[in-house]
Write a protein that binds this ligand. Structure first.
Ligand code: NAD
Length: 276
């Protein structure tokens, strides 16, 4: 139950924020009018405000060029009210995503996606951990199972989810297999998994016959099918064999937002403005 675990994280965050003596500041940059991005940004704003954050939304037109976006990031990098920021992805085609993410100060990079934070993660020197992968690990740990020594299979190898999830599971001493769109046959790997994390963006890709009995199944996917959000895992089928399974919605989604806001406090600590 991602909502329940996220509520516990938010309760703890609220307590930590009340001791700060100032409002943590989060800035979100939204370029264009992608409906899914609009929804994610709205949810981030709502939760930020509930927890007592200073929240800023910076909207730019879909035709914005790289220079305008870089200028805004530069301003936010220097803004003392802003402790963490993120640029909502995906960006319009004319903008180089890597260039933009690289411009965010690593100690204000609330999404943890900048090359510095990703490099630190890879070398085991975790600074800001990407929000969704951090939420995935928290959900696995909430089951009480020990990750160490388990066989973990991650379906998807994106920078945002698959790669960092795999690194975090390895750090916790799981034996990790990464699968992707060219893995053949996928079920040969997924069937071996004690822990199965799926982030492929393919509705109902994973069915019960592909899952080991008792496995922990974390479904990261969000797919719009006939106006409804569904995951990458066929929930009703897989719940018959899984030991634990996250729903969509109400699984990884709420955790992502809670972890993003926790990351802003991590940024404040990295900036030397927090003692504990
Ligand atoms: P992406 O498109 O960048 O990457 C998808 C990955 O899945 C790729 O590595 C690809 O090789 C792999 N893949 C695609 N089809 C496959 C198949 N048939 N078999 C095996 N592997 C396959 O996507 P992403 O950004 O990593 O997101 C993945 C999903 O997670 C999407 O549905 C996205 O909406 C969702 N997501 C959810 C959250 C959240 O907070 N819940 C956050 C980020 C992404």
């Amino acid at each position: 139950d991602g909502k329940k675990v996220a509520e516990a994280v938010k309760k703890d965050l609220k307590k930590r924020i009340s001791k700060l003596g100032f409002k943590p500041g989060l800035a979100v940059v939204l370029v264009g009018d992608n409906p899914a991005s609009e929804l994610y940004v709205k949810l981030k704003e709502k939760t930020s405000k509930e927890l007592g954050f200073h929240f800023e939304l910076h909207r730019l037109d879909k035709d914005t060029d790289e220079l305008a976006l870089l200028n805004l990031i530069d301003k936010l990098n220097q803004d003392k009210k802003i402790h963490g920021m993120l640029v909502q992805l995906p960006l319009p085609k004319q903008i180089d995503e890597k260039l933009i993410i690289d411009a965010i100060r690593p100690d204000k990079d609330a999404d943890g996606l900048s090359p510095m934070n990703m490099g630190n993660l890879l070398s085991g020197n975790n600074k800001v951990i990407p929000a969704t992968p951090k939420g995935v690990i928290k959900l696995i740990e909430s089951t009480g199972i020990k990750i160490e020594g388990k066989r973990a299979v991650v379906v998807g190898r994106s920078n945002i989810v698959g790669k960092p999830v795999s690194v975090l599971l390895q750090q916790k001493n799981a034996t990790v297999t990464m699968c992707h769109s060219k893995t053949e046959p996928l079920e040969e790997h997924t069937k071996q998994a004690d822990i199965l994390v799926v982030a492929a963006g393919k509705p109902r890709l994973i069915t019960a016959d592909m899952v080991k009995k008792g496995a922990v199944v974390i479904d990261v996917g969000i797919n719009k099918v006939m106006g409804k959000s569904i995951g990458d895992v066929d929930f009703d089928d897989v719940k018959k064999v899984a030991g634990y399974i996250t729903p969509v919605p109400g699984g990884v989604g709420p955790m992502t937002i809670a972890m993003l806001l926790e990351n802003v406090l991590q940024c404040i600590w990295l900036q030397g403005k927090l003692k504990t």
